[in-house]
Every structure is written in structure tokens, then in C-alpha cells.
Design a protein around this ligand. Structure first.
Ligand SMILES: Cc1ncc(COP(=O)(O)O)c(C=O)c1O
Length: 369
């Protein structure tokens, strides 16, 4: 296997991924690659990743439980802090039970893995997250996609299916920031006796969740909640079934119990809602400023605001120019997004100031001129 040749091809197509090194805590102001920058590409939408009360809770958790969980949930790794957090998440989402996973990626693989012998087909929104596609591939069913956010296309594809199936959608689309019509999709899935799975990685903590009866809800805890991990919520039977049948749940070490103590504190702050109010003020300000400056972002009411550029080379060059000027905005390129839709993906957080947003957008206008 000639790895070096393969890497050269990736680089020649402007698709080489490079890691920048953060020397400070996650936040709106960071030191990255030894440069002070204002960060507009974090999923820490509620600015909770470095929140003093959550840090304190984590330290308390470490004092009580130590660092590692020591085992998987089904052996000796399921602590009362994990259990309390699951109960709190179930209550918060209005579901009978919730189940923790170590990441959103493993939760999605875990759901598919458990459903392997239960479903005959899967239909996915065209822009669903990679982890949902990988889960689909894991169980050997063809990846069938309906047009993005298009209920007619979903219904058309549904007519061709036989047997039991799963309809899958992101709630907030990770690279576009727009939202799925969960009610509309649910009506269609109920009519056709299909099971609905929604991935609310980018909506949890920010938007009220819409969770239809008998559906599967997955959300992550490493984005707006500022910590790490993920959970699935739903009926008692669903959760019990996942415990029995989900291989990515069974065969992995539980997250640190202290992380659950921290996440419980994060959930408390999410419920109070102050960070969310600040985030929405920033989203509105960003959209108004962009419009005044004549910058054409994609329609999005969420913290994710994409500016489609087209070529990977151009998106990368604009991102580098912004970084040089002290603003970190990531260039998102294929295969993360469809060919020729490379973009700058701006994300807003509760702790951004209006001045930071305004100066960023003026600089964007500058570098694009
Ligand atoms: C829509 C969506 N689902 C799942 C995931 C995976 O979550 P995690 O980062 O917790 O593995 C992500 C994160 O990138 C995501 O954007």
C-alpha cells in the first residue's frame, strides 16, 4: 500500500486535512498555533465547555469517582452518576428512558447495530451526517437517500420499499444549519408504519426537541452541552433493547463518571436558558450585519451559518486569510459536503460579542473583495 502516493493525491485536490493546535481552553477567544484568534468554528454553542460551574462539577466528580470508569456499562463501569444523568436526560426530553454512549458517532452506529435484524430498508435525508451513513453501511443495507428536506421525495422513495424500515434525519443539518421538518417526516413515517430516527446533535440545548411517540431520538453532549458523549432517548422498551443488542454500547468502556457529574451541571444551566438567550441575540445580530454588508449566507436560524464558496481551493484560501487576520473560520470541503459546494462554516456562540461579530463580517467582506 503506497500511503504517500494517496496522500499526495488528496493534497493535489486541495482536500488535505490539517490539525491546528489549541494552546488554550475552548472558547470564543483562543490561542491556536501560537496565534491569538477569535473562534468562529466551535460547536460549543452555549459557551459551556469552559464554564466555571461545570469545571467545578467535574473536579467534584473526580474527587468522588476518580478518573476512569474502569469497565463497560454492562460490567462494573455504570456508576450512579451515569444513571442519574440518564434519568435527568429522560426527564428533560420527556421520554421514558435515556441511554448514554461515549460519542454521537458511536450512538448512531449503536442504534443501527441494534436494528440490524429488525429492518429491511433505510431512507436517509441526502445531507445526513456521516455517522448515520456509516451506521447504515455497518448493517449491510443499501444507503438510500431522499432529496434534502423534501417530503415528496421521501414519499416517492417510500412507495418502493417493502417490509419494515427506518427513516433517518438530522434535526439541524450540521454543514447547512437548516432544520428538518420533523413533524412532517413523522406523519409520513406513521402512515407507512416506519420507525423514525432523528439526530439532534446540533439542536439539543438550543431548540425545543420534537420527539414523536415511538421514535428514536439521539443527541450529543459534546456540542451545546460543552462536555462529551451522547445519549439516545425513547421508550423503556427501546432503551432496554439497545442495552441488549447494541454492540457499540456493549463492547466499550463507559465514559468517566466525573463527566456525567459535569454534564448534570451543564443540563442545569441549559434549563435556566441564559446562554441560549445570548446565543440567539448573536445569531440575529450576525444575520442582520451580514445582510447590511451584502454577504449572502444560506438560510439558517441556527448557530451554524454557512457561506457557500464552491471550490475547495478558494474556500481554503479565504479561511487561511481570515486566520491570518485573527479569525478562525473553517473551510468545509468534500467529501464532508457535496462536490463544488465547499464553504466557510461560521458558528456562533453565546459568549461572542457584537463587536467581534461585526469586525469578523467586515473582514469577510474584505477578503472576498
Ligand atoms: C449530526 C451529527 N451527528 C453525530 C455527530 C457525532 O457526534 P460526536 O462528535 O459526539 O461523535 C456529529 C458530530 O460531528 C454530528 O454533527
Amino acid at each position: 500500500m503506497n500511503f504517500s502516493k494517496k496522500i499526495n493525491v488528496i493534497e493535489q485536490n486541495d482536500l488535505l486535512r490539517l490539525r491546528k493546535i489549541a494552546h488554550s481552553a475552548q472558547g470564543t477567544e483562543m490561542v491556536i498555533d501560537h496565534q491569538k484568534i477569535i473562534n468562529f468554528c466551535s460547536n460549543d454553542y452555549l459557551s459551556l465547555a469552559n464554564h466555571p460551574q461545570i469545571k467545578e462539577a467535574l473536579i467534584e466528580g473526580v474527587s468522588r469517582y476518580g478518573v476512569g470508569s474502569g469497565a463497560s456499562h454492562l460490567v462494573s463501569g455504570h456508576s450512579d452518576s451515569h444513571h442519574k444523568l440518564e434519568e435527568a436526560l429522560a426527564e428533560h426530553t420527556g421520554q421514558q428512558r435515556a441511554l448514554l454512549f461515549s460519542s454521537g458517532y458511536s450512538a448512531n452506529l449503536g442504534i443501527f447495530s441494534a436494528l440490524r435484524d429488525e429492518i429491511d430498508w433505510v431512507l436517509q435525508d441526502k445531507l445526513n451526517h456521516a455517522s448515520l451513513i456509516d451506521g447504515n453501511r455497518l448493517i449491510g443495507l443499501p444507503v438510500q437517500r431522499y432529496l434534502h428536506n423534501n417530503l415528496e421525495s421521501l414519499e416517492k422513495k417510500l412507495k418502493k420499499q417493502t417490509g419494515s424500515g427506518l427513516i433517518v434525519t438530522d434535526n439541524v443539518f450540521s454543514m447547512d444549519g437548516d432544520r428538518a421538518n420533523v413533524d412532517g417526516i413523522n406523519t409520513i413515517s406513521e402512515k407507512n408504519g416506519a420507525l423514525l430516527l432523528q439526530d439532534d446533535a446540533h439542536g439539543f440545548g438550543i431548540f425545543e426537541s420534537t420527539i414523536p411517540d415511538h421514535s428514536i431520538y439521539m443527541a450529543t453532549l459534546g456540542k451545546a452541552a460543552g462536555v462529551m458523549g451522547a445519549f439516545v432517548a425513547g421508550s423503556s422498551d427501546l432503551i432496554e433493547f439497545l442495552i441488549q443488542k447494541s454492540r457499540p454500547y456493549t463492547y466499550t468502556t463507559a465514559t468517566s463518571p466525573s463527566m456525567s457529574v459535569a454534564t448534570l451541571k451543564s443540563l442545569e444551566l441549559i434549563k435556566k436558558g441564559r446562554q441560549k438567550e445570548a446565543l440567539f441575540r448573536n445569531i440575529n445580530y450576525f444575520k442582520n450585519c451580514a445582510e447590511t454588508l451584502g454577504l449572502h449566507f444560506e438560510p439558517s436560524e441556527s448557530a451554524i451559518q454557512p457561506l457557500i464558496i464552491g471550490s475547495s481551493n478558494m474556500a481554503l484560501s479565504l479561511s487561511n486569510k481570515l486566520f491570518g487576520a485573527g479569525y478562525f473560520v473553517s473551510a468545509i470541503r468534500p467529501p464532508t459536503v457535496p462536490p463544488n459546494t465547499a464553504r466557510l462554516r461560521f458558528t456562533l456562540c453565546a459568549n461572542h460579542s457584537f463587536a467581534q461579530i461585526e469586525s469578523l463580517l467586515k473582514k469577510v467582506k474584505d477578503v472576498m473583495a
